[in-house]
Ligand binder design. Structure first.
Ligand code: NIG
Ligand code: FE
Length: 397
């Protein structure tokens, strides 16, 4: 039976032209309603223009009580399959230590020791955590095993909870190959890629000093593309570098972090169609400076926000926190931050069916316990998710 959600105080549709202000990219409609049928948005508009059948009460009717509704968050960057915990590193950083990519190998050890059942149970807990915070689409990367069988195992486990799986064998050079990094790159481009590709949609490389060079990154991404995967990459996280320009040149769907950018990097992003995915949980947890979202948006770059949830640099899965940080620290308006956490994430994953609430979209939406979406930034740390619909089905309320 169709469901009508009505008496919505303000509805973010992310369909430009659908909102009260034709120039508003978030397509905000006040006093709105949305009709869901068969897991999709069947109609959306002002509540007083609700289609007759729905208005007559023939459908299930949900009264949102004047609350704000936003599309389900799209978290396009996480590392959720791992064992262990690195709270001690976080504590040390807060006391003045700096982040080093080498910590990844600690999680590699713990992940290799974890059984399938342990990792599956942990993933299930993360998925509940994501849903409870309004995230309805999420990506997961491998990268915490770094052996052929182990990376395939992580991809298979991730595939059990999401379609958006990314092969990140090139997270750091595996400990066994420290003396022969070329052999590790060969493995990543060869046997490991062949084992993981059937479970993955994306390939990613951590292009950074201490991880992989631009030349290695290019080689790995090209091998992934030849195997049918689509490229994305970690770039310009810990310092300036070639990652951003490489991502644009290779037509990557997104380049993630973008913390240290030159004017040429910004110009390249503006000229290409690679999304700049900003991960402010990392700067929160490493004390690096926040990326300058304003500079990117003013240059015409498409910006996404994601959590980067991982045990090393950002152990939070909260998209509302990313929105709050983006508004407070990165020069984004509330409208831009909400768009980046929904439609921006969808662009970064090249998904047209999520991140908006236009007719035909997947009916993934969040009813907030707040009259406006501004509360996501205005009330940081407060659980404002009242109800979540995934594929039109209420998952929590
Ligand atoms: O996105 N940058 C590389 N990978 C993760 C960090 C992983 C870790 O420290 O365990 C990131 O920040
Ligand atoms: Fe990451």
């Amino acid at each position: 039976m169709p469901t009508l959600i009505t008496n919505i105080g303000e509805l973010t549709t992310n369909v430009a032209g659908l909102g009260d202000d034709p120039d508003d990219a978030t397509g905000l409609i006040r006093d709105a309603a949305v009709l869901i049928d068969d897991g999709r948005v069947a109609w959306v508009g002002c509540a007083d223009e609700t289609p007759e059948d729905a208005a007559r009460g023939e459908d299930e009717v949900v009264d949102a009580g004047g609350s704000a509704v936003v599309p389900g968050f799209v978290d396009s960057h996480t590392h959720l399959v791992f064992g262990g915990d690195r709270a001690d590193e976080f504590e040390a950083r807060m006391a003045g230590a700096s982040y080093a990519a080498g910590g990844i190998r600690r999680t590699v050890r713990a992940t290799r020791e974890a059984s399938d059942d342990e990792l599956r149970a942990r993933l299930a807990r993360f998925v509940r955590e994501l849903h409870a915070q309004g995230t309805t689409t999420f990506e997961i990367k491998t990268g915490y095993d770094l052996t052929v069988a182990g990376e395939a195992r992580l991809a298979r486990l991730a595939r059990g909870v999401t379609d958006e799986v990314t092969y990140l064998g090139a997270h750091v050079v595996a400990p066994e190959y420290r003396a022969d990094r070329d052999a590790y790159v060969d493995l990543v481009c060869g046997e490991m890629l062949a084992a993981v590709a059937p479970h993955a949609r994306w390939i990613d490389v951590f292009c950074e000093t201490g991880a992989f060079t631009p030349a290695e990154t290019e080689r790995i991404l090209r091998a992934g593309v030849a195997a049918g995967l689509r490229p994305r990459l970690h770039g310009n996280q810990l310092g300036p570098g070639a990652g951003v320009q490489l991502a644009v040149a290779l037509g990557a769907a997104s380049v993630d972090h973008c913390t240290y950018l030159s004017d040429d990097d910004v110009a390249a992003l503006a000229a290409g169609d690679t999304v700049a995915t900003l991960l402010p949980g990392v700067e929160f947890s490493t004390r690096h400076p926040y990326p300058d979202a304003r500079r990117l948006i003013d240059a015409g770059v498409t910006v996404a926000l994601a959590s980067d949830c991982n045990p090393g640099t950002s152990f939070t899965s909260s998209m509302p926190l990313m929105i709050a940080l983006a508004v407070r620290e990165m020069g984004m308006t509330v409208a831009e931050a909400v768009w980046a956490a929904t439609a921006g994430g969808a662009r970064a994953l090249r998904r047209a069916d999520v991140g908006h609430l236009g007719v035909g979209a997947r009916a993934d939406l969040v009813v907030l316990d707040a009259p406006t979406r501004t509360h996501l930034a205005y009330r940081p740390g407060v659980p404002l998710v009242h109800a979540v619909y995934r594929n039109g089905v209420s998952a929590r309320g």
